[in-house]
Ligand binder design. Sequence first.
Ligand SMILES: NC(=O)c1ccc[n+]([C@@H]2O[C@H](COP(=O)([O-])OP(=O)(O)OC[C@H]3O[C@@H](n4cnc5c(N)ncnc54)[C@H](OP(=O)(O)O)[C@@H]3O)[C@@H](O)[C@H]2O)c1
Length: 216
Amino acid sequence: MTLDGKITTRSFSPVDFTSREDKKHLLRQRSLGDAVLIGRSTLTHDNVRLGLPDPKMRAEREARGQTPWPLRVIVSNEGRIDPALNIFQTDFSKIVIFSTTRMPRKYQVALREKATLRLSVSEHVDLTRMLQQLQSEYGVRRVACEGGAELFRGLLELQLIDQLNLTIAPYIFGGKGAPTLTGSGTRFLPASVRCSLEEMVVRGEECFVTYRLRYR
Ligand SMILES: NC(=O)c1ccc[n+]([C@@H]2O[C@H](COP(=O)([O-])OP(=O)(O)OC[C@H]3O[C@@H](n4cnc5c(N)ncnc54)[C@H](OP(=O)(O)O)[C@@H]3O)[C@@H](O)[C@H]2O)c1
């Protein structure tokens, strides 16, 4: 995020304001997860594959008893996920989509060829249940969530995040159109979340911080 807490621009462009070191840092965090989790909007805007290009990271995963690539998990209430996105053109690891029966039939048909659909008969995805299912049915113990803001906020409100890795980049965007870490809405969180600093590393002009979240 920028010094004023923005995670993207007001046009939701993919993040290009952090260093190569930060991109590597992201991949390292991703490589630790049994699953990597992403919201539909970030997937659409960034068009990421959620892979691990570095063979060393994949070898380290295997040495830890993990699959070479993390399970890829997409969350969407409406389910209008474009099957032409880059992620669906790769099959290095399984893709699971947690959505609802609001997903239009034509999307269901197209996406079933590329991913496992977990559709609940409700308006919204139940994130707590999703994590339970990931654990019990896919053996997932650690999830690396890559955002975006709306998904992060949803998890935070349910007290489902235990660690926050943040890179503070040397920019100030200003304005209120660009979302912050928890989005661009005006609603407060149900309660403020106390975070304890676990690690802080400065590389170049960026600051890499790791916080542990403590819910009261
Ligand atoms: N700086 C960074 O490190 C960073 C990291 C991640 C993202 N970003 C940026 O953030 C922007 C996207 O932010 P965003 O807040 O719009 O993204 P988001 O959380 O990725 O996506 C929001 C969408 O994801 C689905 N979703 C989110 N929470 C859900 C929940 N609890 N249950 C079910 N579905 C849920 C919904 O999809 P449906 O609409 O399909 O129902 C929702 O509209 C992008 O520009 C991206 O580049 C920046």
